[in-house]
Write a protein that binds this ligand. Structure first.
Ligand SMILES: *Cc1c(COP(=O)(O)O)cnc(C)c1O
Ligand SMILES: [Zn+2]
Length: 412
C-alpha cells in the first residue's frame, strides 16, 4: 500500500486521504489519487524490472495502490487483472499493421474489465470497515462488485436498469448480491444509488464518483507497460479504449501517468476513446473543443457504454487531449461487424468491448495511423454476457434433418 492524497481533476484543490470519500466538496469534480512518487521510485523500479514470478493478478502492483493487502487468498478476488495480451498475427495482417496487440479482459473472474475496479473498491471497503457496498451498474460493474464481494463474504447491493442483458442479471443473482432492478435508465439507477448510500451509510462504488475505481483500472496500464511497452521498447503506443462513463480511459491514463511520474515511462501513449454513435456525449464535447460534456439521449446496442451523462467525462477528455489522441464514434453496425471479425481469431467480445476494435478500423480508414504505428486494442469484456447481441452479428445457422444426403446438399 502506498500513502496517498487526493487532487481534484477540475479545480485542483488537494485533500488528505482522510478528508474526503467521493468527489470534490468544492466543485464536485472527480478526485485523482496522488501517490508519493519520489518515495516510491526505488520500489517501483524494482517491481517492474523483477524477472521472478509475481502474483498473476493486479495485486502484483500492491505497492502502487492506495489500499492495503485485502487478503482473500484462494478466492477470485486474487485473480482480477493480469489478463493476456495477444498479437493475433492473422488479424494484424488483415489490418495491415506490423505492431498490433489486443488485450482481452474476458478472463477476469466475472468476465469483464470491471473486476479491476471492484476488487480495489472491496479492498477499500474492508479497510474502512464499510459493511455494505452499493453500486449502480449497466451490468458489468455490478457483476464485478457482486463477484468480488462474494469472494470474500462482503455484502453488496446492486441497482441495475431492468433492461440489462439477462446473463448479467443472472451473474448478480448467482453471486448472491441484493439485486434491485430499476424501471428506468442507468442514469436513474446512478442517482438513486448515491441517495441510498447517503441515507443508509453504505459505501458507494459508483463509477466516476468513487476515486478508487480508476485506481483499480489503472492496473491495465501497468500491465500494458509490463507486457508490451517495456519488453518491446515500444515508443509511443496507440491505445484504443471503449468509452461510456469515461472511467476506464481515465484509469488507463492514470496508470501511464503514474509510470511517467515514477520515471519509468518517458512518453505517454496516445489514447483513443471510442464511443457508439448513439451514446457519444464525450466525443461530441471533444469534437467541439469544449470542456463541458452535455448529456445525450443514449441509444446503442452496446449496453455497457450506453450512458446519457458520462460521470467521468472531464477526465476522459483530459486523457485524450493530453496524450494527443482522438475520440472516434462508430455506428452499431460497425460494432456488430467488429464482434464477428475479432471472433474469427478466437476471441468473443461483448458489443462494448468490440467497439474499441471498430474504432481502430475507423481510425485506419480515416488515415489517423501509419502502418508501422504500434497499436493496442483494449477488449473489455466477454461476449458470453450478451448472446442476444452476438447473434445479430452473424447469420443464423441452417437446420437440416439428420440425413447425410441433406447435409451433403447443404455443404455443396
Ligand atoms: C463499463 C464498460 C466500458 C466503458 O467503461 P466506462 O468507464 O464507462 O467508460 C466498456 N466496456 C465494457 C465491457 C464495460 O463493462
Ligand atoms: Zn474541485
Amino acid at each position: 500500500m502506498s500513502a496517498f492524497s487526493y487532487r481534484c481533476s477540475r479545480c485542483g484543490a488537494t485533500y488528505a486521504a482522510h478528508e474526503v470519500t467521493y468527489t470534490c466538496p468544492q466543485c464536485s469534480g472527480n478526485l485523482d489519487v496522488l501517490l508519493d512518487y519520489e518515495a516510491l521510485k526505488p520500489e517501483a523500479g524494482r517491481l517492474f524490472s523483477d524477472p521472478t514470478a509475481k502474483e498473476p493478478s493486479l495485486w502484483r502492483y500492491l505497492p502502487l495502490l492506495p489500499v492495503g493487502d485485502p487478503g482473500g487468498e484462494g478466492t477470485p478476488l486474487r485473480r482480477a487483472g493480469w489478463t493476456p495480451t495477444y498479437t493475433l498475427p492473422r488479424l494484424a495482417a488483415s489490418l495491415g499493421l506490423r505492431h498490433f496487440w489486443l488485450k482481452d479482459e474476458s478472463p477476469n473472474p466475472t468476465a469483464s474489465f470491471k473486476d479491476r475496479a471492484s476488487a480495489v473498491v472491496v479492498a477499500r471497503a474492508r479497510e474502512i470497515g464499510a459493511k455494505v457496498v452499493i453500486t449502480a451498474s449497466t451490468g458489468n460493474a455490478g457483476a464485478a462488485l457482486a463477484g468480488m464481494a462474494a469472494a470474500v463474504g462482503h455484502k453488496a447491493v446492486i441497482l441495475a436498469p431492468k433492461t440489462a442483458p439477462q446473463a448479467k442479471i443472472a451473474q448478480l443473482l448467482i453471486f448472491g448480491a441484493q439485486v434491485v432492478l430499476v424501471d428506468g435508465t442507468y442514469d436513474d439507477a446512478f442517482d438513486l444509488s448515491v441517495a441510498a448510500a447517503e441515507k443508509l451509510g453504505w459505501y458507494c462504488r459508483n463509477t466516476g464518483y468513487n476515486p478508487f475505481t480508476a485506481e483499480g483500472k489503472k492496473t491495465a496500464a501497468y500491465e500494458i507497460y509490463e507486457q508490451v511497452i517495456r519488453p518491446h521498447s515500444v515508443e509511443r503506443l496507440n491505445v484504443f479504449i471503449p468509452v461510456g462513463d469515461g472511467n476506464i480511459i481515465s484509469g488507463v491514463y492514470k496508470g501511464f501517468w503514474d509510470l511517467h511520474r515514477l520515471g519509468l515511462l518517458e512518453t505517454m501513449p496516445r489514447l483513443f476513446g471510442v464511443q457508439a454513435e448513439g451514446s457519444a456525449a464525450i466525443a461530441k464535447a471533444w469534437a467541439s473543443d469544449s470542456d463541458t460534456v452535455a448529456p445525450v439521449a443514449a441509444s446503442t446496442l452496446a449496453d455497457s457504454i450506453s450512458v446519457d451523462l458520462p460521470r467521468d467525462g472531464f477526465r476522459a477528455l483530459r486523457a485524450v487531449r493530453e496524450t494527443d489522441g482522438a475520440y472516434i464514434t462508430v455506428p452499431d453496425a460497425a460494432i456488430l461487424e467488429a464482434i464477428a471479425e475479432v471472433g474469427k481469431v478466437g476471441i468473443f467480445p461483448e458489443p462494448a468491448a468490440a467497439t474499441a476494435f471498430a474504432g481502430l478500423k475507423a481510425a485506419l480508414a480515416q488515415g489517423l495511423l501509419a502502418a508501422d504505428a504500434p497499436v493496442l486494442v483494449l477488449s473489455t469484456g466477454s461476449g458470453l454476457t450478451d448472446v442476444k447481441a452476438a447473434m445479430e452479428a452473424v447469420p443464423a445457422a441452417p437446420i437440416v434433418p439428420p440425413d447425410l444426403e441433406a447435409l451433403s446438399r447443404l455443404l455443396a
